[in-house]
Each structure stands twice: as structure tokens, then as C-alpha cells.
Design a protein around this ligand. Structure first.
Ligand code: ATP
Ligand code: MG
Length: 425
């Protein structure tokens, strides 16, 4: 039998592992993620943002057209397949494109401004490591239809508020940059292409490919050689026109109004053409190499790139796994009351009682079997705050023994007044 069993294990063990880069969220970890998602959702309501959910897969074009054919995500990281009907489908690597698609499909410009937040799984084929998975989760926000800097400030304030509510603020820095308006961007782009062309032989292969289509993306390269070149590259700031400078000044002044400090990071970019003006990341030094927990910016050209009406947009996305590593543990679950029936009649009475207590909002631990000792052990394991013991004698008198498991004291309470008594504690 043992041999058979081992053979079975050998042949099946590979397929019983989750796919590389994916991860089971066991209840404790799941509670941390739920806490983060719920905090983000609830705080969103204070700012007028409500959650919306788009499908986890879309036509490949939704991402290929908007994320650009030179971005890492599109060239290397997408989970793309043909479905049984021959449609080209991609598991979403991020949610902004999906929301922009939904904005157009649902004619949401009628509702402008559109203020939404989201939470859900994203999929990227990357090398798994700490803080980097192939299926991960993001919370995020999108504000569509607002071109004023007040929109940028609102989404940044919302993001900061979440980080504060999660108790992470002390370990977080806001890094900020501006990409300017399309004119400034075009001017900078030309200068940048000239600069990198002068060092073409030292560029990584990826960056050589990006040079014509997407030179800004090189600033974001993780290649060591590229990074050295980038360190000496001309800075965006010198090529900003008046309008772009004014917008950025309003942004930094506004951050002062809401008491959020920032650090200028002139190397912070978003590679794609529809990004403009505001670009920011909330970063931490506590997570090692994967230190960006929340990243965002303004994307006024996205919706029109997808074939919709010209629509301003600004938003951010945050990695829930990275936030969860910082948060550590979820707030404690409510401590239950353990009901401990002794005998069949008490068992039946306790089933009724358990239902009444739970419907009154009180967590109840009701064992399934076992003697008094076993059930008390179980109550302990469930971190029960009190045990309600009902045997035949108690039942006959219409009472229960209520034992405070912290203080060790116990007293008799009429079964009919249990809900009131327990609810008080
Ligand atoms: P990176 O430079 O770390 O690859 P990115 O620019 O690809 O980040 P975004 O597309 O801006 O990341 O996504 C926003 C946030 O989502 C990131 O800051 C991070 O917290 C999280 N994130 C992105 N990719 C992953 C991943 N593979 N696993 C876990 N979290 C991720
Ligand atoms: Mg990435």
C-alpha cells in the first residue's frame, strides 16, 4: 500500500502544486487582503469613488493597443490565448485599459466625471520573486473626465489616506514627477532620442528597440548599462513649456494644502504616449527590491487612443500583496461565544440558540461532537471569550452556565436572557 501511495504521489505531485507564480490565499492571508480591499473601498466612499468590476479577460486588442507594442507588459508578460471560438483573449495585466474600454462600451461619458475604484486579480508572466507574482491583486482608482489639477490631488489624497489607515504611512515616500503636456513631451523626446543615439552601442537590446517607438521607456529600464546612460541623460524639467510648469506648480502647491510631502524624482516615467503631466509612486524601503506599492499618473490620451471621445483621466494602482507584506496581520476576528451542550436535548436547544445569537450579530462556536473536555479545548482554540454550558439539569431549570474564559468566573444566566447578557459584553 505504501509503495502504491508513493507512486501515486510521484506521478501527481507536480500537478498538485499551484502553477508557478500563483499562490493559495489561506484564510489568515486572505483576511489581510480583504482588510486592505475593504479599507480602500470604504475610504473611497469618503471621496465619492465607488467600486466597479470589469471582466478578468478582454480581447487582446484592449491591452495591445493601449499598453503599446514596446511595453514589457505587452511584449513579454501577457497571458494570451485563443478561446474555443477563435477569439484572441488576454487575462488582464492591469485594470486601467479595461475600465477605459468599459467607459466607452457603456457610454459613461454621460456620467462625467466618472469616479471609480476597483479590486481584483491581475496576471503577468514575470519571473516570480518576493513581491512579484504571476497572479497578483491590485486595488486602484480611476477618475475620468477631469482635466484640472484638483483631480490629480484628489486621487493622490485618496491613495495616501488608504496608506495612513493601514498604518503604513511612516514607511512610505511619495515620489513625484511631471511628463508635461504633449508639446513638452515631443520636445523632450527628440532630445532624448539624440542623446541615446549618441550612445547606441551601449544600450541594451530592449532599449535599442524602444528608441524609435518609445524612448521615454528607456528611462525606466532595469538594465544596469542602460541605467548608467540614464543617469546622465538630459532632464525633462528643462523642456517643459509654461503650461506644463504651471500645472506642476499647482500640483505641488496643492499637495502642500493637504499636508502631503513629496520627493521629486526626475527619472520617474510612464512610457506610453497617452500619459502626461502628473506621474507618481508611493515607495517604501521596507520591502527590498520591489519597493513600489502604489503607482499612478495622468492619462488624458488613453480613452481617445481606444477610439472613444477625448477624455481626461488620472488614477493609480497598488499591489495588494506588497501592501499585505507591510500590513502583516489583519485586525482580529470577533471572538466567538462557545456553546457547549451536554446531551441530546441540550444539543437541540443550543442549535436554536446558536442561530438566534448569530442572527443577533454574535459570533458563535458550536462544536459538532465530543465530551465537555474536548469541547472546552475547541472553544479555547477558537479564542472564545466565553463558554455557555447547557446540560440536562440546566435545561430543566431554564438556565445556562456562562463562563468567562478570560477571568475564569462563571455564573448562572436564564437561557431566555442570554442574548441580552452576551450582547452586553
Ligand atoms: P514594476 O516596475 O515593479 O514591474 P510596474 O511598473 O510593472 O512595476 P504597475 O504596472 O505600475 O507596476 O502596477 C502597479 C503596482 O502593482 C506596482 O507598483 C506593484 O505594487 C504592483 N505589481 C505590479 N506587478 C506586480 C507583480 N507581478 N506581482 C505583484 N505586484 C505587482
Ligand atoms: Mg512590471
Amino acid at each position: 500500500f505504501i509503495e502504491k501511495h508513493q507512486e501515486y504521489r510521484r506521478s501527481n505531485v507536480a500537478s498538485l502544486q499551484p502553477v508557478r507564480g500563483t499562490h493559495d490565499l489561506l484564510p489568515e492571508e486572505n483576511r489581510v487582503q480583504d482588510h486592505i480591499a475593504e479599507t480602500a473601498r470604504a475610504i473611497g466612499e469618503l471621496y465619492g469613488y465607488h467600486r466597479m468590476t470589469t471582466p478578468i479577460f478582454e480581447f487582446t486588442d484592449v491591452f495591445a493597443r493601449t499598453l503599446g507594442d514596446t511595453s514589457d507588459v505587452v511584449t513579454k508578460e501577457m497571458y494570451t490565448f485563443e478561446d474555443r471560438g477563435g477569439e484572441k483573449i488576454t487575462l488582464r495585466p492591469e485594470n486601467t485599459a479595461g475600465i477605459a474600454r468599459a467607459y466607452i462600451s457603456n457610454g459613461m461619458q454621460q456620467l462625467s466625471p466618472v469616479k471609480v475604484c476597483y479590486y481584483g486579480p491581475m496576471f503577468r508572466y514575470e519571473r516570480p520573486q518576493k513581491g512579484r507574482q504571476r497572479q497578483f491583486h491590485q486595488i486602484g482608482v480611476e477618475l475620468l473626465g477631469v482635466e484640472q489639477v484638483g483631480g490629480d490631488l484628489e486621487v493622490i489624497a485618496y491613495g495616501a489616506h488608504i496608506l495612513k489607515a493601514l498604518g503604513l504611512w511612516d514607511n512610505i515616500t511619495l515620489e513625484l514627477n511631471t511628463l508635461g503636456d504633449p508639446d513638452s513631451r515631443a520636445a523632450y523626446r527628440d532630445v532624448l532620442v539624440d542623446y541615446f543615439k549618441g550612445h547606441f552601442d551601449k544600450l541594451s537590446e530592449d532599449s535599442r528597440n524602444r528608441l524609435d517607438k518609445n524612448p521615454l521607456r528607456i528611462l525606466d529600464s532595469k538594465d544596469e548599462g542602460d541605467r548608467e546612460l540614464v543617469a546622465n541623460a538630459p532632464l525633462f524639467g528643462e523642456y517643459l513649456n509654461e503650461h506644463s510648469k504651471t500645472f506642476f506648480k499647482q500640483l505641488t502647491d496643492g499637495l502642500g494644502d493637504i499636508g502631503i510631502n513629496y520627493q521629486l524624482n526626475p527619472r520617474l516615467v510612464r512610457g506610453l504616449d497617452y500619459y502626461c503631466h502628473t506621474c507618481f509612486e508611493f515607495v517604501t524601503s521596507t520591502l527590498g527590491a520591489q519597493g513600489t506599492v502604489m503607482a499612478g499618473g495622468r492619462y488624458d490620451g488613453l480613452v481617445s487612443t481606444m477610439g472613444g471621445p477625448q477624455t481626461a483621466g488620472v488614477g493609480w494602482a497598488a499591489g495588494v500583496e506588497r501592501l499585505a507584506m507591510m500590513v502583516g496581520t489583519a485586525p482580529a476576528a470577533p471572538r466567538p461565544v462557545a456553546l457547549i451542550p451536554m446531551g441530546d436535548a441540550a444539543e437541540s436547544r443550543c442549535r436554536t440558540l446558536a442561530q438566534q445569537l448569530r442572527e443577533a450579530g454574535i459570533a458563535v462556536e458550536l462544536g459538532y461532537a465530543g465530551n465537555m473536555k474536548k469541547r472546552m479545548k475547541r472553544a479555547d482554540k477558537a479564542n472564545a471569550k466565553m463558554a455557555v454550558i447547557i446540560g440536562d439539569d440546566e435545561l430543566a431549570k431554564g438556565v445556562a452556565m456562562v463562563r468567562d474564559l478570560d477571568a475564569g468566573e462563571q455564573r448562572e444566566v436564564a437561557i431566555d436572557s442570554l442574548i441580552g447578557v452576551i450582547g452586553e459584553r
